[in-house]
Ligand binder design. Structure first.
Ligand SMILES: [Zn+2]
Ligand SMILES: [Zn+2]
Length: 427
């Protein structure tokens, strides 16, 4: 009994998101990947909310499906918002670029369409909800929580990609040192945090003040192909899912396991400067006094740096009783690597389709199917999947908005591929 969920998604109305993020495409992608329950994303956006009401039908309390569909994909009402405020916690104009202005992203899940109507009415007082599927709001983070809980105590709020530098609650630029510091008297309503692509549960276990929070993983996908690149697997029967069961499972940390990106592959794992081609480990960044050795300006400090800064435990600490997690690489990327062809090429797409017709879903290929069975499909692919499952792949870590580069079967010569040991000095 397991329910694979993606609780952080967007629609075509969110900034930098693909036109292809329509309900029909999202539904179809969930079938292909094996996602059982997905957030609608962007319910604060008036046009997307109209789509939600027209295209979805409620099948269980707070759980929806696409109309006229004969499959079992469930939707839950969700969105992400960006609160804009200053260091003293005063809300700021959403366009403010004054120094010290903080921006923190939070995900919101809601139990019913009526509740969403009320949320949208309330939040539209603090920003223009039609500008972006992920709206900017002149509110502090505690104010946001207070206002939402006043509408309905069953609204569920969690910080999005908690460690990312610009918009994460612990980020090097906008962040705080703890959930308590960030949410103040409203911290009692926070039960979970999203680890984000650039961090995994074991990195989060190093900070003991986070022990009480459920660690969630969502895709934050900007196109259908990226849905489910991270996911939370709950111990709930697909046919008996309700909003309440999902929220209670998270609150009780009754999570079977999470599916994680390799954190080094995330865009903000290391420190650095994208424009200067400078990528540094936290130790190296410290040596340079956190200044870019090329342009002499402040480095963008990544997730690993912030984790090291806040950690009160060693790197290999294992939190007792914490849910397991599995690291995975999206199948299109794996195929692109195996065949040395671009992700969008016909070779990769044909092979993807063939795999789906043989194995059913992407998650079946990535995490469930017997390696021997994959071997009879393609031995090289089986080798790649097997090294991903064992966690033994090389990655040139991501930094300052640049995704990490994976080398699943160690094809690159050693000096070019620095992996975890040392960083890239490309200047
Ligand atoms: Zn975000
Ligand atoms: Zn620089």
């Amino acid at each position: 009994m397991e329910l694979i969920t993606d609780l952080h998604t967007h629609s075509k109305y969110a900034g930098a998101c693909s036109e292809n993020l329509t309900f029909e495409n999202i539904n179809q992608t969930c079938i292909e990947k094996g996602i059982n329950l997905i957030s609608t994303g962007d319910f604060t956006h008036p046009l997307w909310f109209k789509d939600i009401k027209e295209k979805l039908v409620e099948k269980e309390k707070g759980i929806f499906s696409l109309k006229n569909q004969n499959n079992n994909i469930s939707f839950i009402l969700g969105t992400e918002v960006c609160t804009v405020f200053d260091e003293k916690g005063n809300s700021k104009n959403i366009f403010s670029r004054a120094p010290g202005v903080k921006k923190v992203h939070n995900c919101i899940l809601a139990p019913s369409l009526e509740t969403v109507e009320q949320i949208n009415t309330e939040l539209s007082k603090y920003g223009n909800l039609s500008l972006d599927g992920r709206p900017l709001l002149s509110l502090s983070t505690p104010e946001l929580v207070e206002k939402l809980i006043a509408i309905d105590k069953n609204i569920f709020i969690f910080p999005a990609h908690a460690w990312t530098p610009w918009f994460g609650v612990f980020g090097s630029i906008s962040g705080y040192d703890s959930i308590k510091d960030a949410y103040q008297d409203q911290a009692k309503h926070i039960y979970a945090l999203e680890t984000g692509l650039s961090s995994d549960p074991s990195m989060n276990w190093r900070v003991s003040s986070n022990d009480k929070y459920a660690l969630l993983s969502g895709s934050d996908a900007h196109s259908p192909q990226k849905l489910g690149r991270e996911a939370v697997v709950l111990n709930i029967n697909k046919d008996e899912v309700s909003y309440e069961k999902v929220i209670n499972s998270i609150k009780e940390k009754a999570i079977s396991y999470t599916i994680e990106f390799f954190p080094e592959e995330g865009k903000y794992h290391y420190d650095g400067h994208r424009n200067c081609n400078v990528s540094l480990t936290p130790t190296e960044a410290k040596k340079f006094n956190y200044m870019c050795p090329k342009c002499r300006r402040k480095l963008t400090l990544g997730v690993l740096n912030r984790v090291e800064e806040l950690a009160d435990r060693d790197e290999d600490y294992i939190l007792k009783g914490a849910p397991k997690y599995i690291k995975a690489v999206p199948l299109l990327e794996v195929l692109s690597y195996v065949y040395s062809k671009g992700v969008a090429t016909k070779t990769v797409h044909d092979s993807y389709s063939k795999l789906l017709s043989t194995f059913g879903t992407e998650f079946n290929v990535l995490i469930k199917s017997d390696i021997e069975k994959i071997k009879s499909f393609d031995p090289e692919l089986a080798k790649a999947i097997s090294s991903i499952r064992s966690g033994k792949i090389k990655i040139k870590p991501g930094y300052d908005g640049v995704f990490g580069v994976i080398d699943i079967l160690s094809r690159e010569p050693e000096e070019k591929n620095s992996g975890k040991q040392s960083s890239m000095f490309d200047f």
